[in-house]
Design a binder for this molecule. Structure first.
Ligand SMILES: C[S@@+](CC[C@H](N)C(=O)[O-])C[C@H]1O[C@@H](n2cnc3c(N)ncnc32)[C@H](O)[C@@H]1O
Length: 256
């Protein structure tokens, strides 16, 4: 079965390397989901501790189960909104996130809250999508949903997977939230959607952003949309599975 960890198999190593976790670090994983990055950071921070925070209790149930199975004892999970949760101040060396920071309604306030939890030399390292039109997967899905082979996804305003794609906008947000030394590193790797077109189609039908659109359409239009989504997966199926080009940023910043 395809999940987010399989989708991001090519991104994960670049992200782990960028984290530069130290053995005694105390780290916060923002929007940790099922916790792959939380556990991998905890393996390196063997004399430290990692806290994964997420708003989804069902994702955290999964994360706790996988952490127990991995035999890790330096990991905690917390169900809460990282944008405003009153975590203890100056308690983390490192705040990390793999695609979990793009959904804040008020990003300056959310990143300020996260900075408040960092120690004076603390670091923020996060991976986010670049703009939608630079991501083949987003363009292909958008075109299938709207039924127009030339359509381009709109620029993102407000919480969305692409809200932190624009370099000057992110620099402005992080500076306003009192971070410094903001750096961007491009990660240009494909995302994996499944071993064949059918599993990729089922995977994409699990995206709430996709199904919200499909379910809002009248029945006949819905059938045509699903057909177009199947065609897109067919067109991208290769011998080693279904892959789409993607572009992400690793963003590093320092506290203060
Ligand atoms: C795209 S998933 C990434 C999950 C995980 N970081 C990974 O790479 O597998 C985004 C996650 O961020 C969580 N999330 C979104 N907004 C959040 C917030 N304000 N506070 C905490 N978690 C949040 C969602 O519930 C979801 O689990």
């Amino acid at each position: 079965m395809i999940d987010y960890d399989s989708e991001l198999r090519r991104h994960h190593h670049a992200f782990l390397r960028a984290l530069d976790v130290r053995p005694r670090d105390r780290a916060l994983d923002i929007g940790c989901g099922a916790g792959q990055t939380t556990r991998d950071a905890a393996r390196i921070a063997s004399d430290g501790r990692v806290l994964g925070i997420d708003t989804s209790e069902s994702a955290l149930r999964n994360a706790r189960r996988l952490t127990l199975a991995a035999g890790l004892h330096n990991v905690d999970y917390l169900c809460g909104d990282a944008a405003q949760h009153p975590l203890p101040p100056a308690s983390f060396d490192l705040a990390i996130s793999r695609f979990g920071t793009m959904f804040f309604a008020d990003p300056v306030s959310a990143f300020s809250n996260i900075r408040r939890t960092l120690r004076p030399a603390g670091r923020l390292v996060m991976m986010v999508w670049q703009a939608a039109h630079r991501n083949e997967w987003a363009v292909a899905i958008h075109r299938a949903l709207v039924g127009d082979d030339a359509a381009s996804p709109e620029p993102a305003f407000g919480p969305s997977p692409f809200s932190l794609g624009d370099v000057p906008a992110v620099e402005g947000i992080l500076r306003a939230a009192a971070y410094s030394d903001v750096e961007f590193e491009e990660v240009h790797e494909p995302v994996y959607y499944g071993r064949d077109a059918e599993s990729a189609f089922r995977f994409v039908c699990g995206f709430s952003t996709v199904m919200d659109v499909v379910e809002s359409q009248p029945a006949r239009e819905r059938e045509r949309t699903l057909e177009r989504l199947r065609d897109v997966m067919d067109a991208n199926a290769a011998r080693d599975g279904v892959w789409f080009d993607s572009r992400a940023w690793i963003i590093r910043a320092r506290c203060g």
